[in-house]
Design a protein around this ligand. Structure first.
Ligand SMILES: C[S@@+](CC[C@H](N)C(=O)[O-])C[C@H]1O[C@@H](n2cnc3c(N)ncnc32)[C@H](O)[C@@H]1O
Length: 237
């Protein structure tokens, strides 16, 4: 997935230094914020998966999934917990969650090709009991509610890059998330575009910050930065 790799590189460059990410408006829009981009990308990944069985891009690497799974263990999230993967892409996180023992899993994505790819990947892994649905998270009309845990890895980032209605999209995201989580349910977000401070501000109302998950940091020009930020919030009604 050539273009995604390019954007991943953007995520890891020194524009991620905390000082450079202090403002809400400090990164522009991009094609990565459009449905067409993801549909094309997952059409290609679907063909590749059917040809050679490669699931494609693991956004932010395998460790980004292990990190959240380790937190779920520490937080004693029961295997029966209902877990929603927002913007599931190729469904790789659903596979890891299922292999870890979670058995009430739902993945949603607005790209039909992503949904087909995730279903194919889950079928190949012999995990038929995971639900994957084509849903636009910004327009889910009450279909998503009562979840114990919502996971986001790169989806809020993508939504924030949408060239159209960017501000509204971010607000709709927060509202959909509030609706989807039950009281005291958890939200685990991994982002490469937003700093901890920005995420704390975005998810301040209706959420309580629980903890930051350690991610690799780097030094550049005497400043310290992280290529990704991983935070846990709790929904408070
Ligand atoms: C950076 S990819 C991450 C995919 C996956 N979470 C992962 O970690 O591999 C962003 C994902 O968000 C999905 N997405 C973007 N906007 C969405 C929306 N409004 N509703 C549902 N999915 C959306 C895209 O289709 C894409 O699968």
């Amino acid at each position: 997935m050539e273009n995604a790799a390019e954007s991943l590189h953007d995520c890891g460059n020194n524009s991620d230094l905390e000082e450079d990410r202090s403002s809400e408006e400090d990164f522009g829009t991009s094609k990565l914020g459009t449905k067409e981009y993801w549909e094309d990308a997952y059409q290609r990944e679907l063909e590749t998966f059917k040809d050679i069985g490669d699931v494609g891009e693991i956004w932010f690497g395998e460790e980004s999934m292990s990190r959240v799974l380790r937190w779920m263990d520490r937080a004693k999230i029961p295997e029966s917990a209902s877990v929603l993967d927002i913007g599931t892409g190729n469904g790789a996180f659903l596979v890891e969650l299922a292999k870890h023992g979670y058995r009430n899993l739902t993945g949603i994505d607005y790209s039909p090709a992503s949904v087909e790819l995730a279903k194919n990947v889950l079928e190949a892994e012999d995990l038929p009991n995971v639900t994957v649905k084509e849903i636009d998270f910004l327009n889910c009309q009450g279909e998503l509610k009562g979840f114990d845990v919502c996971i986001d890895k790169g989806t809020f980032d993508a939504i924030s890059l949408n060239p159209v209605n960017t501000k509204e999209g971010k607000q709709l995201y927060v509202q959909s998330l509030k609706d989807a989580l039950k009281d005291r349910g958890y939200f685990a977000i991994t982002s490469c575009n937003w700093t901890k401070e920005q995420l704390l501000e975005r998810f301040s109302e209706g959420f309580e910050f629980v903890q930051e998950l350690p991610t690799p940091s780097f030094n550049f020009g005497g400043k310290k930065g992280n290529s990704v930020t991983a935070l846990i919030f709790m929904r408070k009604h």
